[in-house]
Design a protein around this ligand. Structure first.
Ligand code: C5P
Length: 256
């Protein structure tokens, strides 16, 4: 439960990690959740689920009512596990494991489209708040510190140059593809193959388009909370980012 310094002593403490795609939020959030022994909320996974299922069912991504109804009816379950000192989540939707489907490159665009729909955000906001459980929650996304958990004890805004973020995203997609191939299911991903400049340019263009949509939408746009600490990871290793994050965590007494 929240410690005595918490503005909400009855509620579990929250650390939020917001920022644009590819800044390293997911990696940092997973490592931090494992170090603190807290729960993890990957809020982007929820938008990815709604986008992927809507496309599969032929729901119009511009039909706010139909999307919100569909989102309300989904049974979404996260299963946490610890691998390589980091918490990761498997995502089961209506009884089917959709973890690979929502991590695919194809899921990015529909996710950021449905994320611009106010009623979808209202439905998913309630789901996100239900993740707040003792001993604490590390939540990563775009509006965790600004809208969903405004009373978070520590808010981090993690950013990096668009070039570096595109390179990281490309490496992540390649790793996902290798993992899927190992599971004999690798042919469904449209991620660019190889390390060619053209592939990187394509990932960069997609990253910029998604950033633009996330930053300029009317509802919960991607902006740092006024009380967030910004960390620019462009020239930092994950270890260096974690050193900075852990210093902030200790300063706020959250590692007790
Ligand atoms: O973080 P991830 O890349 O999985 O997020 C997918 C999309 O979901 C983002 O591009 C963004 O449009 C949306 N999103 C959001 N608010 C969040 C998390 C994700 O709008 N809290």
């Amino acid at each position: 439960m929240g410690n005595a310094d918490s503005p909400n002593p009855g509620l579990a403490d929250v650390v939020t990690i917001d920022g644009p795609s590819g800044a390293g939020k997911g990696t940092v959030a997973g490592l931090l959740a494992a170090r603190l022994g807290w729960h993890l909320l990957d809020s982007g996974a929820l938008y990815r689920v709604v986008g992927v299922v809507a496309e599969r069912r032929g729901v119009d991504l511009a039909d706010a009512d139909a999307l919100a109804d569909m989102a309300r009816g989904l049974d979404i379950a996260f299963t946490e596990s610890v691998t390589d000192d980091a918490v990761s989540v498997a995502v089961v939707v209506d009884g089917t494991d959709e973890t690979s489907a929502i991590r695919a490159a194809e899921a990015e665009d529909p996710a950021s489209r449905v994320a611009a729909v106010t009623d979808v955000r209202t439905v998913l906001g309630d789901v996100q708040r239900s993740f707040r459980r003792p001993p604490g929650l590390v939540a990563d996304g775009r509006d965790m510190g600004t809208v969903v958990f405004p009373d978070a004890r520590l808010k981090i805004f993690l950013t990096a140059s668009v070039g570096v973020r595109a390179e990281r995203r490309m490496r992540q997609l390649a790793a996902d593809r290798r993992r899927l191939k190992d599971q004999h299911a690798g042919d469904s991903l449209r991620a660019p193959r190889g390390d060619s400049a053209a592939a990187l340019t394509a990932v960069r263009a997609r990253t910029e388009a998604r950033d633009q949509r996330d930053r300029t939408r009317d509802v919960s746009p991607l902006v740092p909370a006024t009380d967030a600490v910004t960390i620019d990871s462009t020239a930092l290793s994950i270890d260096s980012v974690m050193t900075e994050v852990m210093a902030l965590v200790r300063k706020r007494g959250l590692d007790r």
